[in-house]
Design a protein around this ligand. Structure first.
Ligand code: SAM
Ligand code: DTB
Ligand code: SF4
Length: 333
């Protein structure tokens, strides 16, 4: 399939139809698509670091870092450059190819952005791909990050436009789409996905996937998070999602966005090996690796290594990733 054959005109009904297929049919379809575009036995590995934790003015109902929820999280100032570089060096040593830095901001000020620019340049200098998630960006800020060599910007749509108001009220869905547009126009690769298990319906999951797949270009990276329930947040105590719904959503993301990396993201801590294996069979080919996500626990690294061994999976190298996906900021291997 060439990129001109990638579709951007999915209807929610059509996507719901895929989600409702028998699991066997759905996984078969997803595997077929996956194998055309990727080595099915390689998984892209990113490591996260929270560079500025807590005290966020936004009211995202899932988040430990919102100042509006009493989650007991200790606030931290923006980390010094050396601490970030040390963490990135360790992530590289452990086998990660991308280092993702997250800040609990509604949006960065230009002064804050310059501190992050220095981090991007230093981490890039270690030979790692860089990703940051800093909240909303102006076009000029996106250009600044691009000039610093940033590879990816993460900004999630989180859920469907229809369900969104039940989760976040302090910024609009349109605000999120505008930031994605600024990032794309600046020539940075887009990382955008959502969270499942927030009490949304299957139709909401279809609608979220439609929003992502119908963007003018598919995000190169699509994180599918399972809600990590944080005590003190409004979404704590939400009924657990049927695990097969997560598997189905991953499979449909794979079918709709064939050339994108689909990341089995937050929520792996506590997932059985068998559940995760189903997600990889459904077309997930990326994970967060490292004991911590931003503030919550991630799956243990030794457990991940054992799981990969048992499944015959290996970590992807940057070179393989670049070969499989020429993007706007294509690096020569
Ligand atoms: N403050 C920035 C923003 O929200 O744009 C960047 C950091 S924010 C923590 C990045 C993303 O992490 C959120 O958009 C959300 O999709 C995901 N996330 C946050 N808390 C989560 C949780 N408890 N469970 C699952 N995903 C979560
Ligand atoms: C994404 O989609 N998931 C990551 C990353 N992008 C920034 C964040 C997950 C956060 C999980 C909850 C926490 O650690 O606080
Ligand atoms: Fe703030 Fe991001 Fe958490 Fe929302 S998800 S409260 S914007 S840190």
């Amino acid at each position: 399939m060439t990129s001109s054959e990638l579709r951007h005109d999915w209807s929610v009904e059509e996507i719901e139809g895929h989600l409702a297929a028998s699991l066997s049919d759905l996984v078969f379809r997803a595997q077929g698509v996956h194998r055309v575009h990727f080595d099915p036995n390689r998984v892209q590995v990113s490591t996260l670091l929270s560079i500025k934790t807590g005290g966020c003015p936004e009211d995202c109902g899932y988040c430990s870092q919102s100042a509006r929820h009493d989650t007991g999280l200790e606030r931290e100032r923006l980390l010094p450059l050396e601490e970030v570089v040390d963490a990135a060096r360790e992530a590289k040593r452990a086998g990660a190819t991308r280092f993702c830095m997250g800040a609990a901001w509604r949006n960065p000020t230009d002064t804050q952005l310059e501190r992050v620019v220095a981090m991007v340049e230093a981490v890039s200098g270690l030979g790692l791909e860089t990703c940051v998630t800093l909240g909303m960006l102006t076009r000029a800020q996106a250009e600044r990050l691009r000039a610093a060599g940033l590879d990816y910007y993460n900004h999630n749509l989180d859920t469907s436009p229809e369900f969104y108001g039940q989760v976040v009220t302090s910024r609009s869905y349109q605000d999120r789409l505008a930031t994605l547009e600024h990032v794309r126009e600046a020539g940075i690769r887009v990382c955008s996905g959502g969270i499942l298990g927030m009490g949304e319906s299957r139709r909401d999951r279809a609608s979220l996937l439609g929003q992502l797949a119908n963007l003018p270009e598919h995000p190169e990276s699509v994180p599918i998070n399972l809600l990590v329930q944080i005590e003190g947040t409004p979404l704590f105590g939400t009924a657990e999602l049927d695990p097969f719904e997560l598997v189905r959503t991953i499979a449909v993301a794979r079918i709709l966005m064939p050339r994108s990396y689909v990341r089995l993201s937050a929520g792996r801590h506590g997932m059985s090996d068998e559940f995760q294996a189903l997600c990889f069979l459904a077309g997930a080919n990326s994970i967060f690796y490292g004991e911590r996500l931003l503030t919550a626990d991630n799956a243990a690294t030794d457990a991940d290594r054992r799981l990969f061994d048992r499944l015959g999976l290996g970590f992807e190298t940057v070179e393989a990733e670049v070969r499989s996906q020429p993007g706007p900021c294509h690096k020569q291997p």
